[in-house]
Design a protein around this ligand. Sequence first.
Ligand code: AMP
Length: 210
Amino acid sequence: MNPCIPLLLLLPAAAAVLAPPAGKVVVVLLGPPGGGKGTQAEFITKKYGLPPISTGELLRAEVEQATPLGRRIQGVMAKGELVSDEIVNALVEQRISQPDAARGFILDGYPRTVEQARFLDTLLPRKGFPRPVVIVLKAPVEAIVSRLASRGRADDKPEVVRERIAVYERQTAPLIEYYTGAGRHDIDGLGTPEEVFARIDRVLAPKAGR
Ligand code: AMP
């Protein structure tokens, strides 16, 4: 028998393992608190139909509903510190397994630590998703502080905002390095939301086949 034949038979199987799952898109939005991630997630949802997944919102819902988990994390969140990787990773795994996320989703505020990014690297292939498109929204600190001041959320008090920015610089900024060369796109976060979205859309459109 021609020795090439068994090899040729194996090729489709190898391609299925190596090629990213067709038609699915996972977007990771990185950037400082108040940098416009939530607003941009809404724009992406509107055009691409991908659900936004904000770990901050998932966690706030637990606190508001005073679930056992909510009671455990309330103090940490009020101080502007990070909830443990274990808790957040489990919440994300649960959320991306819902039917509305089958074609992909937008992660807003996750990952926040290198540990979470490593977990996501194993979670995505395990659930049949491709590597994420990482969008880093760049915004100077002054712009952030004034945006947060006008938002009025419980953890937007000036002293908590300062802590959240410090936590970002300490724990989340290293992620930008983590994603170097791995599908990372740095986007200028200044300008109107529409202007910023146009920059993001130039990156996403080809990846989503638009
Ligand atoms: P956000 O709405 O993304 O600004 O998050 C609000 C707060 O929720 C943060 O200050 C943290 O206390 C908590 N939080 C949100 N996402 C994460 C995450 N990925 N890891 C740990 N804590 C998080």
